[in-house]
Design a protein around this ligand. Structure first.
Ligand code: TYD
Length: 212
């Protein structure tokens, strides 16, 4: 058994989860006596960041959906082995920007790949390690896409170019996952003002950490 806690940040594009994570991190580090580390998927370590570049490359328009799924899984496996598991074994609180639910929401619901295959692959690459808590930042697809378009500093990746319909399927996927796993997934209304979203996320994390 690992000693640390694993918390994933999930949501459709434009939900603001990355911004929330960046805002939270210093306060959490100040508040808690345990080490806190933030990381992201796909990526987090050199090999997985290279896989990320392959997946998100805007010129890779011919990428097959199953190839894409397996690349996310390969990146996740390496990230687990090299970074997440060692950190958890040290008792570190690990905050991960996207994790297993992204594969189900995007590849399962969005791309409509076989959900049981994704469940199996997620379990395989994580050795059955699920997050202790998942913060799901919920936002209607139109608002999420609008936010992305307004954020001029953000690089446009291949997946941003998908149609609204795909983004709506992803959101529906997340909502279903939240209903299926209420013991783990907490839904946060990401249309609220950023300060409120950060406050709510902070409260959920502190409740988990202090209860353990
Ligand atoms: P990310 O950098 O988190 O994008 P954003 O900043 O918009 O949240 O992730 C890049 C893209 O990868 C994002 O569109 C979601 C997608 N993704 C999947 O489709 N499946 C996965 O398993 C993961 C981890 C990400």
């Amino acid at each position: 058994m690992t000693k640390g806690l694993l918390i994933s940040f999930e949501g459709p594009d434009g939900a603001g989860k990355t911004t929330v994570l960046e805002r939270l991190l210093p306060s959490l580090q100040a508040e808690l006596s345990v080490d806190v580390v933030a990381t992201r998927e796909p990526g987090g370590i050199t090999i997985a960041e290279k896989i990320r570049d392959v997946i998100l490359d805007i010129t890779h328009t011919s990428m097959d959906n199953k190839t894409e799924l397996l690349l996310y899984m390969a990146a996740r496996r390496q990230h687990m082995v090299e970074k997440i598991v060692p950190a958890l074994e040290n008792g570190t609180l690990v905050l991960v920007d996207r994790f297993v639910d992204s594969s189900m929401a995007y590849q399962g619901y969005g791309r409509q790949l076989d959900k049981s295959a994704i469940t199996w692959l997620n379990a395989y690459v994580t050795d059955d390690r699920e997050p202790d808590l998942t913060l799901y930042f919920d936002v209607p697809s139109e608002i999420g896409l609008e936010r992305i378009n307004q954020n001029k500093n953000r690089e446009v990746n291949r997946l941003d170019l998908e149609k609204l319909e795909m983004h709506q399927c992803v959101r529906k996927g997340y909502q279903e996952l939240a209903q299926l796993h209420p013991e783990r997934i907490v839904c946060i209304d990401a249309t609220q003002a950023l300060d409120l979203v950060v406050k709510e996320a902070m409260e959920k994390i502190l409740t988990l950490v202090k209860g353990n």
